[in-house]
Structure formats: structure tokens, C-alpha cells
Design a protein around this ligand. Structure first.
Ligand SMILES: [Zn+2]
Length: 89
């Protein structure tokens, strides 16, 4: 746990962040019940990881990602399968 009031002489590098190509996720709190979906687990050859505070939030981001990056629609069947791949992190 980092405290901003601690006078660290150097800026904290952001190298520990996951290299996701889109960063609409809010938060970064530790210990929260976050959900995570690896796009690869959805059947795409893709390194993107979608996170959110709920399954709905993850799915809300999966749709635009799949449309923009993979040029395909999330079918109801895909949504159902993808929902089953979402894991707690
Ligand atoms: Zn993807």
C-alpha cells in the first residue's frame, strides 16, 4: 500500500501496469472484488485484458473492444460463453 504523503524522491514508474490497449477501467484499488476477462479466453488471439467491478461492467467493455479491435459483433451465444470466462481478481 503506497501512501502519497510519504515523500518518495523518485516518481513511481508505471511499469507494473498491464499493457492493455484500452484503459477505460476506473479504480486500481487493491483488495476489491474486481472481475477480469482475458480476451484470449473469449477465443480471440488477443492480449487484451478487460477488468471491471462487475460482470456487467466487464461485458460493457468487451462489446466495444470486440467491435473495434476484432471487427465482429458479440452474439448472445458469445456473450454467454464469455461471461463464463470472467474471473475474480
Ligand atoms: Zn481482443
Amino acid at each position: 500500500m503506497h501512501d502519497a504523503s510519504a515523500s518518495a524522491p523518485e516518481p513511481d514508474p508505471i511499469g507494473s501496469w498491464q499493457p492493455v490497449p484500452f484503459t477505460t477501467t476506473v479504480g486500481g484499488r487493491e483488495g476489491g472484488a474486481m472481475k477480469e476477462l482475458k480476451c484470449r479466453d473469449a477465443g480471440f488471439d488477443c492480449e487484451a485484458v478487460v477488468t471491471g467491478e462487475s460482470v456487467d461492467e466487464v461485458m460493457a467493455q468487451v462489446g466495444p473492444h470486440v467491435q473495434q479491435v476484432h471487427q465482429t459483433e458479440v452474439t448472445p451465444e458469445m456473450a454467454e460463453a464469455v461471461t463464463g470466462k470472467i474471473r475474480d481478481v
